[in-house]
Design a protein around this ligand. Structure first.
Ligand code: FAD
Ligand code: HEM
Length: 569
């Protein structure tokens, strides 16, 4: 082999057995192969320390993906490829023996009729290792379910949950109370329902709001503390909870869940394992799954209950086009490559109803040149939108659907967020944009215009007029509310942004116990679903912070409902 294995053979005299310590069979999750890597090289942290990144460049061994396995990027007998490149465009990032296949979205393979190479039986199968899946497994385990398998098709766990930056909405939490914030579930439910343009399933909205404070407490009891409370768009009280110091919520929770799953006896997380079919008995009850393992092929797991927690569909271009043809095909996505709507497809094939599938949320502010979304807080803290011609074109704080549509219509389908040091200092998340080299700057607005490719004179005039509106407390052009922050330097910044497919409001039809329902409302025995793969909670538009809240609350309910079924049997 001319790849990594060959190099190890020729350079350090390694044999097959040096890496294949337990024989030549490799498990789908490749845990034993990784143990061989770390046995010689040390763990990820040790490698990160030994190979610091050159200044201003990312260190792939110390990323926000946390403790990922070596084999997610380094392959023994095929070309390697940095997993990062499935989302990021890092021209300088080189991996030894590289040039292989980076993770790209792939449609669900049609393996329905494949003969399973083996079968096994467990109590509970959870499909997907995002927040909803992990929480369902943890709750079921706490209730006494002992034999749980979590299946994750990607080489790393975490899903889109791992990318969430903002926070988790909850009303009436201990942390709000400690800070004297007045809020209650009714206010949160009303905000959510209204934010979703009054078409959501009010019963599910009420569950989201009523369970939210208990979910914050559930996390806290287990060691994940979301004590920072901020106000998000469309919320009538500060209720977006995050970890201390404004850390991003997704990486924090994902690392926590991964550690918990490792510690729990009887919970087996299998990576590189894709569910390709739900197995049903003659009455339609779900009795297990067919799995395609990276190395083991197609096999069957029988289970007393199955929880689908497979996330949304934002990275599946064909499905997005099918359900919402108005979204231009060239539109990028903020979602990880595994977000391909599998749960919706698997569920539908098993008889489930789907709701609100055409409701796909665009987020107006994906950075051009990166998969990173910058949150509304940047605009909340003063940033102004302009187009390439240096003109404002929309009320910056309008909802995501309105601002996205407006950005799409500008020259080149992009626009710029303009801000100064004042906003930079207030919004911690901007650090990532600076680190990724995606911010243009100038000491004057004209200079900024030249550096960013915006008409310099028009830009200066626009901001001058805008500052005047701040003084007057009124925006006659677009009616921006809460117009308080002038742009005064000393430095001015521009980030180029473009709309991206961000979130699927629609999905599997469920009831308040997360039971998956047919189109006419009948529960499918043995099948539960939670998180972004379900529909009905967010209506036509999801408020920021409500999705992580949904994954924890409905994940808990799914774990509880599945445990109830399993332990009774
Ligand atoms: P995911 O976390 O996506 O997990 C699903 C998992 O299932 C994935 O790992 C996937 O690979 C796996 N899977 C899929 N199909 C199969 C299959 N057939 N077999 C096995 N495994 C499978 N929401 C908020 O509330 N607040 C925020 O601040 C926020 N910020 C965000 C920022 C970004 C960049 C993105 C993309 C989303 C953000 N969201 C936010 C939305 C939120 O993160 C997601 O909606 C939520 O995490 C979904 O969680 P989940 O557990 O349902 O699915
Ligand atoms: C942010 C590096 C993998 C999506 C960043 C940043 C860096 C970085 C340096 C900015 C600073 C930070 O928040 O840490 C890397 C490296 C990777 C990797 C080295 C590989 C090991 C990925 C993958 C995805 C992704 C696979 C998509 C699935 C994002 C997103 C952000 C980000 C959404 C913004 C997060 C935030 O603002 O909190 N990454 N990345 N990255 N990356 Fe990655």
């Amino acid at each position: 082999s001319t790849e990594l294995a060959g190099f190890h053979q020729s350079k350090v005299g390694a044999t097959c057995a040096s890496c294949h310590k337990n024989g030549m069979e490799v498990s789908d999750g490749e845990k034993e192969m990784n143990a061989a890597c770390t046995g010689c090289h040390g763990d990820l942290a040790a490698v990160a320390e030994k190979h610091p990144a050159p200044k201003g460049e990312p260190n792939p061994h110390a990323s926000h993906l946390g403790k990922i396995q070596c084999t997610a990027c380094h392959h023994g007998h095929e070309k390697s490829e940095a997993y990062c490149l499935g989302c990021h465009d890092f021209p300088s990032l080189k991996i030894p023996f590289g040039g292989g296949a980076k993770p790209v979205p792939t449609p669900l393979p049609d393996l329905k009729s494949a003969a399973p190479v083996r079968t096994e039986a467990v109590d509970l199968v959870v499909v997907g290792s995002g927040a909803a899946g992990f929480v369902a497994a943890m709750e079921a385990h706490d209730q006494g379910v002992k034999n749980i398998v979590i299946l994750e098709k990607m080489a790393i766990p975490g899903g889109n949950s791992q990318l969430a930056a903002g926070g988790m909405n909850a009303a009436g939490s201990v942390f709000q109370k400690a800070q004297g914030i007045e809020d209650n579930p009714k206010m949160m439910a009303d905000d959510t329902f209204k934010g979703g343009k009054n078409i959501a399933d009010r019963k599910l909205v009420d569950v989201l709001a009523n369970e939210s404070a208990a979910s914050i407490a559930w996390l806290k009891d287990r060691g994940a503390v979301l004590e920072n409370v901020a106000r998000g768009a469309g919320a009538s009280a500060p209720r977006m909870h995050g970890p201390k110091g404004g850390q991003a919520v997704g990486p924090y929770l994902s690392a926590f869940f991964r550690d918990q799953a490792e510690k729990m006896d009887g919970v087996d997380l299998r990576l590189n394992s894709r569910v390709v079919k739900l197995v049903q008995d003659e009455k339609g009850a779900v009795t297990g799954v067919l799995v395609e393992g990276k190395h083991s092929g197609v096999y069957r797991i029988d289970a007393k209950a199955v929880v689908l927690a497979t996330g949304g569909l934002g990275a599946n271009k064909a499905l997005v086009k099918h359900y919402q043809p108005s979204i231009p095909e060239s539109t990028k996505t903020s979602n990880q490559p595994g977000t391909t709507g599998d749960g919706m497809i698997l569920g539908e094939a098993a008889g489930a109803g789907l709701v609100d599938m055409k409701e796909i949320q665009l987020n107006p502010t994906l950075l051009v040149g990166s998969p990173v979304i910058i949150s509304e807080t940047v605009r909340g803290q003063g940033a102004v939108f302009v187009n390439r011609e240096g003109k404002r074109f929309i009320q910056e704080l309008a909802t995501r659907d309105v601002t996205s549509a407006a950005v799409s219509k500008q020259t080149g389908g992009t626009a710029f967020e303009i801000f100064d040091d004042n906003t930079r200092a207030k919004v911690g998340q901007l650090k990532a944009c600076f680190e990724l080299g995606l911010v243009k700057e100038g000491t004057t607005l004209e200079e900024l215009g030249k550096n960013a490719g915006i008409d310099p004179k028009a830009l200066a005039e626009t901001i001058k007029a805008y500052n005047g509106y701040v003084d007057a407390g009124k925006d006659p052009d677009f009616g921006r509310p809460d117009i308080k922050v002038k742009l005064t330097g000393p430095k001015y910044y521009a980030i180029e942004i473009t709309p991206a497919i961000h979130y699927a409001m629609g999905g599997l039809k469920i009831d308040e116990r997360t039971r998956v329902l047919t189109a006419d409302g009948k529960a499918i025995d043995g099948l539960y679903a939670a998180g972004e793969t379900t529909g009905g909670v967010h209506g036509k538009n999801r408020l920021g912070g409500n999705s992580i809240s949904e994954t924890i609350s409905f994940g808990r309910i799914a774990g509880d409902a599945a445990a109830e079924r399993i332990l009774k049997k």
